[in-house]
Design a protein. Sequence first.
Length: 318
Amino acid sequence: MTQRPKVSVITPAYNVVPYIGQCIESVQAQTLADWEMIIVDDASTDDTAQVVRRYLSDPRIRFLQNERNMGAGYTRNRALDAAQGEWIAVLDADDWFAPQRLEKLTAFAEQMEAEMVADLQVYKTEWGSVYTVAWATHAKPPRSPRFYTPEQVIRAHPSIKPLIRAEFLRQKRIRYAEHIRKSQDYAFYMEVLIKGARFALLPEPMYYYRVHPNTVTTRYDAIAENRKSLEYLLSLPETTPRLRTLLQRAYRRRVMLALYPEFAQAVKRGQVRQAWRVFRQSPGVLGWLLLSLPVAAYRRLFDRERMTDPWRESAPMG
């Protein structure tokens, strides 16, 4: 490759034989042809490496391998170090892009003069469900493109796979925190924002996220990993007192949501000690339970009425 590509797609891979082919082919199908793809295999124990090698006749694809399993943070940093593109695009090995994604997002980023941009995600489960996720857990997608401040992003808690200007990462010396195994991507893009990047969202669904039993998010303790992300972000000298408060509040909310299913189940079964233990960890679970009671009561009433009146099943709701 004689000139710098427009986009470097970085893809960490670990035991993804069923998915990596679709991932690579979605990049090859991009309407923007000026890209490179850097795949780093994190010492897979299956045939991931053999599958990737089938695509190496495309000179835009580069393949690196870790000698031992190092985790996603280290593996993504190795891809970052090798990247030569103007923009960095994050693509996990079990996901894929819509064909126009890179073309649209790079044009959008340049139009908005932003250092980081993102789109919406389409979630696809292995059991057949497909749905477009709002760009964040606690915020609806906007009707039109717009900027978001770090404060707004923290409150929203987004789920994004952004495009980031490579020069900004180099200037600010931003890398993945390798000690964080699960949520290092959240810490990464939050650091980008905390260090001054302008972030804009294009509300179009172009990133396809695959949900399956071996997803990395199912292999680690959510609370412990979120705690690592919080501590890392609080340690940044650019983190203002206001951002510290918002980050801590967001962390407590994530802990509450992670513990709530256990609390609700303990209450349902009359396991007082278990419920009390969870409540002491996160008192907010009680408020969340009380908020959910009216919805649960309505569903139970509706189901009971439907059982006694079979015509209700086809009756319109509203």
